[in-house]
Write a protein that binds this ligand. Structure first.
Ligand SMILES: NC(=O)c1ccc[n+]([C@@H]2O[C@H](COP(=O)([O-])OP(=O)(O)OC[C@H]3O[C@@H](n4cnc5c(N)ncnc54)[C@H](O)[C@@H]3O)[C@@H](O)[C@H]2O)c1
Length: 272
C-alpha cells in the first residue's frame, strides 16, 4: 500500500559513538533487530568490551565493524566516518552516545582539568561527531523512502540527559555539557532540516549502566550493577529519579521528596 512502510524499520547503515557497551550498544542491537545492513561501533574501549558489543549485534545477522576512535579528537572522528563510508558506502543513522559522568563534586572542590574533560567528551565530542556525520549525510542521496515521504539523507541522535533540562548539586560539568548538547542539537537541527537530515536528542533519566557505577563505587565501595547490595542501591537511585536536587540541596528524605513531587505535580520541577 503506497505510503506505508512494509520493509525493515531501519534498513540503512548506523554509526554509533560509545557503541561498545551501555546505551550505545543497546541502540546498536536495536538497529540490528530492526534490519540495519551495517553497524559501526565507535569507542575507546578495550578489545574484550568491543568484542562483546560486536557479538551482541552480530547475533541478529548484521555486519558490524569496530573502530577505535576518541570523540574528542577531530582527526579520529574524520577517520571513523571515512572508514564507515569505505566499508558500507554511506551513513544513514548516527547515535552520539560516547560519554562520561565526570567529577561528581561541588564546584569549589572540583579539579579544573577533570571539569574540562567532561566538557571535552560530552560536549565537544558530540559536536565533532555531529559535524562530520552531517558532512557525510548532506553529500549522499536519500535512502529509499516510501511513496509520499520526504527524502531522508540521514538522521542524527545526540545523547543529552535529564541534566540537559535540570541539574543536581555536584554535577556542574556534566550539567553544563548536557545543556550544551540540547542547545547544539536545536541549532544543528535548524541547519540540517533544509538538507533532508533530521537531528534530535534524547534526555534519559538514571539508567543502570557502568557510567554511574565508577563514581558510586568510589563513594560506597560496592557496585550498583549486581547482587542484592547493588539491587538495593539501584532502587534508591531509581526512587530518586527527579528528586536529586531535593535530596541534596534541601536534605529531603525520599518520602518527603515523594510528597513534595505529588504536591508540586502541576508546577515546575527541581532546578529547571
Ligand atoms: N546511564 C545513565 O543513567 C545515563 C542517563 C542519561 C544520559 N546518559 C548518557 O548516555 C550516554 C551513554 O552512557 P552509558 O550510560 O551507556 O555509559 P557507559 O559508560 O556504559 O558508555 C559510555 C561509552 O562511551 C565511551 N566513551 C567515553 N569516552 C569516550 C571518548 N572520548 N571517545 C569515544 N568513546 C568514549 C566509553 O568507552 C563507553 O563505552 C552518555 O552520553 C551518558 O551521559 C546516561
Amino acid at each position: 500500500m503506497s505510503g506505508l512502510r512494509n520493509g525493515p524499520l531501519a534498513p540503512g547503515i548506523a554509526f554509533i559513538t560509545g557503541g561498545a557497551r551501555g546505551l550505545g550498544n543497546a541502540i546498536a542491537v536495536s538497529f540490528a533487530k530492526e534490519g540495519s545492513k551495517g553497524i559501526a561501533l565507535v569507542d575507546i574501549q578495550d578489545d574484550a568490551t568491543f568484542q562483546e558489543g560486536k557479538s551482541a549485534v552480530e547475533k541478529y545477522g548484521t555486519k558490524c565493524i569496530t573502530i577505535h576512535a576518541d570523540v574528542t579528537d577531530e582527526s579520529h572522528i574524520e577517520r571513523a566516518v571515512a572508514e564507515v563510508v569505505k566499508v558500507f558506502g554511506r551513513i544513514d543513522y548516527a547515535a552520539n552516545f560516547a560519554g562520561i559522568s565526570g567529577p561528581l563534586t561541588a564546584v569549589v572542590d572540583t579539579d579544573t582539568n577533570a571539569w574540562r574533560k567532561v566538557i571535552e567528551v560530552n560536549c565537544v565530542g558530540v559536536w565533532l561527531s555531529m559535524k562530520h556525520e552531517l558532512r557525510q549525510m548532506i553529500k549522499q542521496d536519500s535512502i529509499d523512502v516510501e511513496s509520499g515521504r520526504v527524502a531522508q539523507r540521514g538522521s542524527i541522535i545526540n545523547c543529552a540527559s535529564v541534566n540537559s533540562i535540570q541539574s543536581g548539586a555536584g554535577s556542574s560539568g556534566y550539567t553544563a555539557a548536557k545543556h550544551a548538547v540540547l542547545g547544539m542539537t536545536k541549532a544543528g537541527a535548524l541547519e540540517a532540516r533544509s538538507k533532508d537530515v533530521r537531528i534530535n536528542c534524547v534526555s534519559p533519566g538514571f539508567l543502570r549502566t557502568k557510567l554511574l557505577d565508577e563514581e558510586f563505587m568510589k563513594a560506597t565501595g560496592s557496585s550498583m550493577l549486581g547482587g542484592p547490595e547493588g539491587d538495593a542501591a539501584w532502587k534508591t537511585f531509581e526512587d530518586r529519579q527527579g528528586m536529586c536536587i531535593l535530596v541534596k540541596r534541601y536534605k529531603f528524605s525520599t518520602d518527603a521528596c515523594r510528597r513534595y513531587q505529588v504536591d508540586k505535580r502541576r508546577s515546575t520541577r527541581s532546578a529547571m
